[in-house]
Design a protein around this ligand. Structure first.
Ligand code: SF4
Ligand code: SF4
Length: 328
């Protein structure tokens, strides 16, 4: 379950669907009603769409979070849309098509947030300069929604770049044809993967498969190891920095010295099952690799304390969150 603002997203798949023909049958974690260009569509129409959608919603899908995607050449309608979204506990997914000026965008975000809305920004990588990414990281934006369609393999790198900024939650809109396409984006740091125009049967299957994967694995979007190109969350699987390897670059990016890293990891593991690990390379599971990497030493240590792979990965997830929290 991902908590963002007032949204509870219980499944990492989001479906983007035209507000004129909403996809009401797919058990995704988030349904985004698209196509609200507020230069042409009234706020009343927006409210009616939300209400009519809620009316047809089946009990089994009642937990699905909802959002509205909007753009406008003027600020006022967007501010009203933010209030409307907030009243209806919907995400407002801001589209850039009519908000091209970064200065307007950066001024608009805090004004929208003051309306109490949970806010996302849908943006193409070519519109996202390093400078803008840095400023968005400092803004109150809740979700950065990367539109990665047509990028042919460069998408995961963009996700990693956004994730390593340690700012808003990352949602990735991509061409997803199979489970692994979504899993790769999640392993690089996407918290949610969104689909547009997907076959409803496939979207339904993927949503259920992702939910199950998350619950079985204990960390559905677990990163790769740092030396395999993973994002900074992969520090949870790193050994003590005793040799020259990719961990040093990652620590620099994370703003931590090797000594601080060792002290933080040991402090965070204290009193948890990760502190144990007799017979492992470094004597504690806090330094151990991902559960998917076969290791008899780790498995023996875990068996000894009755720790399952799922519990181990849940502990590593929490470790990564605490390790990368600025105040930690
Ligand atoms: S510390 Fe270990 S896991 Fe981390 S980057 Fe180096 S070799 Fe890889
Ligand atoms: S004991 Fe196994 S899992 Fe732990 S650090 Fe060594 S190789 Fe990795």
């Amino acid at each position: 379950m991902l908590e963002v603002g007032y949204l509870h997203i219980d499944n990492p798949i989001a479906i983007i669907s035209s507000h004129k023909h909403p996809e009401t049958e797919v058990a995704a974690g988030l349904l985004l009603l698209d196509g609200f260009d507020l230069d042409d569509v009234s706020l009343q129409k927006m409210q009616e769409s939300i209400e009519s959608y809620n009316a047809v919603e089946k009990d089994a899908l009642k937990t699905r979070a909802m959002g509205i995607c909007a753009t406008c050449s003027r600020d006022e309608p967007l501010l009203e849309a933010a209030k409307l979204a907030s009243r209806n506990l919907c995400l407002l997914d801001l589209r850039l098509s009519k908000i091209r000026d970064p200065i307007r965008l950066l001024e608009l975000i805090p004004r929208l947030k003051r309306c109490g809305v949970t806010l996302s920004l849908r943006i193409r990588p070519e519109d996202l300069s390093n400078e803008l990414l840095e400023k968005l990281q400092e803004s109150e934006l809740d979700i950065i929604h990367l539109d990665l369609r047509g990028l042919n393999g460069a998408g995961p790198k963009m996700v990693k770049k956004a994730k390593d900024c340690r700012g808003p939650v990352v949602m990735a809109l991509a061409d997803i044809g199979e489970f692994d396409d979504a899993r790769v984006l999640m392993a690089m740091g996407a918290d949610v993967v969104s689909l547009r125009g997907a076959d409803p049967e496939f979207a339904q299957w993927l949503s259920l498969a992702m939910k199950e994967y998350d619950s079985i694995s204990g960390w559905g979007n677990a990163p790769k190891h740092i030396c395999a190109g993973g994002d900074l969350r992969g520090l949870a699987f790193c050994c003590p920095p005793v040799k020259h390897c990719a961990v040093l670059g990652a620590l620099k990016k994370a703003g931590m010295t090797p000594e601080e890293f060792v002290a933080r990891k040991l402090a965070l593991a204290r009193g948890t099952p990760l502190e144990k690990g007799e017979g492992t390379c470094f004597g504690s599971l806090v330094w151990c690799c991902k559960a998917s990497k076969m290791c008899y030493l780790r498995e023996a240590a875990m068996q000894k304390i009755g720790l399952s792979d799922r519990e181990y990965m849940e502990l590593k997830k929490k470790l990564a969150e605490d390790l990368l929290r600025p105040s930690c």
